[in-house]
Design a protein around this ligand. Sequence first.
Ligand code: AMP
Length: 249
Amino acid sequence: MKVLVAVKRVVDYNVKVRVKADGTDVDVANVKMSMNPFDEIAVEEAVRLKEAGKASEIVVVSMGVKQCEETLRTALAMGADRALLVETDAELQPLAVAKLLKAVAEKEQPQLVIVGKQAIDDDANQTGQMTAALLGWPQGTFASKVDLAAETADITREIDGGLETVKLRLPALVTADLRLNEPRFIKLPNIMAAKKKPLDKTTPADLGVDVTPRLKTLKVAEPAKRSAGIKVANAAELVAKLKNEAKVL
Ligand code: AMP
């Protein structure tokens, strides 16, 4: 069974992002970039499925600039078998990524597509759902457990009231949530071995997809600075401040 995993290159989660001086976007010049954390979980899940003998091949795909190759090499070092870069300098919004992912899925014919539940840069949480809809495939979003059989997958989902299990007929799409697994630490020999694994390239035009953005960003701004808190001596003072200063009582 072939598994396709989408990995996005994003600003590393440890970086404190800054907004460009002209307020048009986040400044990514000279900023550390990494694989989206939920995509690491998606790759890890695919690798575990392969180790358990349930998946036979793992293909990873990334859409974006040339440097996404680094993200794909990381996925290969984690255990993916081969990689595909859909190279473009264009701004990619979730609908465009979903159309590209659909085109790749139609070519590769995987039984399972795994994506992250959301990218930590745009926080859109849209690509997986849109891709499944465009393909007309069942979807199991916010997965905390994937139980794969020959023709179906039982997906345990994290929902507000607790956990829900859905049975999907394959081929299907899953989005990985935080508690699905803990990605492995990549060992040096695996990084070296990943350099020799196949990494192919294509473009949106080759896939016949128009990636023109549908949404326009009007302005990007930093959150308003919070003023410092104060300590009160006792409950009476707290109540007085809530009454007279905050005027919430
Ligand atoms: P989003 O809908 O933007 O929050 O992204 C959800 C998931 O879609 C991510 O965790 C990735 O698995 C996938 N994805 C989004 N954008 C890209 C991209 N440019 N390349 C590869 N995968 C992507």
